[in-house]
Structure formats: structure tokens, C-alpha cells
Ligand binder design. Structure first.
Ligand code: ZN
Length: 86
């Protein structure tokens, strides 16, 4: 297994993206993490909520895992729902 991070940037979303971690939408106008990487030679281009990226980092450190599956619990989900409903 080989993972290499090519770039990780904080961007402002101009359209809705789907977070790779929690599968919820990233709201237009909010900041999100854009991560471009390769995994076993496959090109990956992921969008993350900032909080989800932090959770993922913690997950990788604590579990020692190299992979993850989408559909994780979103941190601060109540806050997100509030924001999404505006
Ligand atoms: Zn997320």
C-alpha cells in the first residue's frame, strides 16, 4: 500500500461538494479541505469538511489504518444542520 499526498489546500466552495468522510454535502461558500493524492497508483481528489479531515487524521493515527470507508459520523453535525437550514 502506498499513499502519497500531493497537495492539501483549504478552499472556499463555489458549488456543493460531497465530503468523502461523512458523505454530507459541503455547503456553498464554506471552507473545505481539497486533498489530491495517489493511493497505490490511483489518483484521488477528495473534498473534506475541515472537521472531518481532523477526525480522519485522528482515526489514522489511533487505528494505524491506511484505508477508511465513507459514511462516518460527522463532527459537529448539529451545527452543520443548523447552517444548512439557513
Ligand atoms: Zn464531512
Amino acid at each position: 500500500m502506498s499513499y502519497s499526498l500531493l497537495s492539501r489546500t483549504l478552499a472556499k466552495s463555489r458549488k456543493e461538494h460531497q465530503c468523502i468522510w461523512c458523505c454530507h454535502q459541503i455547503l456553498t461558500g464554506s471552507h473545505y479541505v481539497r486533498e489530491i493524492s495517489t493511493y497505490d497508483g490511483h489518483f484521488q481528489n477528495f473534498a473534506w469538511h475541515e472537521a472531518c479531515r481532523k477526525d480522519a487524521d485522528q482515526y489514522f493515527v489511533e487505528s494505524g489504518a491506511e484505508e477508511f470507508t465513507s459514511g462516518n459520523e460527522m463532527p459537529f453535525h448539529a451545527l452543520y444542520e443548523l447552517e444548512a437550514s439557513l
